[in-house]
Design a protein around this ligand. Structure first.
Ligand SMILES: [Mg+2]
Length: 234
């Protein structure tokens, strides 16, 4: 048996903007526009309502896309049209199917190497209910010991309970856990607040064109690509 001087026992990753691409604003807007047209709601009005329901979506307040669209229709004082809602939901679902396919080129090799080095691996994602339903089929699911989706547990980052739950399930302490994320949902401050070591991942010079909500103004260590995580695991 080799003696280890490892600083960490576990590594926790964020999902969007960390292991897979963030939404591109232009693409998201075009999907929202199609959904709006299906619902016969002016696209600008629909986009505003959809964006405003982001936190509720991440907190699992809608059991599915249809429920989210019904709520928006009600808020706009519009009749619930099941056919239109089902068509708009279909458009969104087709888009959602692509999320987990948009892995960064080195995501798999990074996770595989971290696993091979004997670290526990966790994932904490603020996401709507579509991601957990698609997760089992993703190419990266097999690497994780613990996976926590905000829409499933109805708690989102940076609430300390979401990090504490991950630590409990991983069986590690916060001091021995590295947290990597692109900074949405104030996740790095949240990880630091429970005693984890946060690492910012930002692979582009700026976030222009990316849809990221509640961005951390984080000034700590930064990497540009998942594979650079390995530098912190020596
Ligand atoms: Mg993210």
């Amino acid at each position: 048996m080799t003696t280890t001087h490892k600083r960490f026992d576990a590594v926790i990753f964020d999902l969007f903007g960390t292991l897979i691409e963030n939404f591109r604003i232009d693409e998201l807007n075009s999907v929202l526009r199609e959904m709006a047209l299906a619902l016969t709601i002016p696209p600008v009005v629909f986009r505003k309502q959809w964006t405003a329901s982001f936190h509720a979506r991440c907190l699992g307040e809608f059991s599915n896309i249809e429920a989210n669209l019904e709520m928006i229709s009600r808020e706009l004082g519009r009749p619930i049209d099941p056919v239109a809602i089902s068509e708009a939901a279909r458009i969104r679902a087709a888009y959602s199917k692509t999320f987990l396919e948009r892995l960064f080129p080195d995501s798999i090799s990074t996770l595989s190497e971290i696993k091979a080095r004997g670290y526990k691996l966790g994932l904490i994602s603020d996401c709507s209910t579509e991601v957990p339903s698609l997760w089992a089929k993703s190419q990266i699911a097999e690497f994780f010991d613990v996976v926590i989706f905000s829409s499933v547990i109805k708690i989102k980052k940076p609430d300390r309970r979401i990090y504490e739950l991950a630590l409990k399930q991983l069986g590690t302490s916060s001091e021995r856990t590295l947290y990597i994320g692109d900074g949405g949902s104030h996740e790095l401050s949240g990880a630091a607040a429970v005693g984890m070591t946060p690492l910012l991942i930002q692979n582009r010079a700026s976030r222009d064109g990316e849809y990221v909500v509640d961005v951390d103004s984080w000034v700590g260590p930064r990497i540009r690509s998942p594979i650079e995580t390995l530098e912190y695991l020596k």
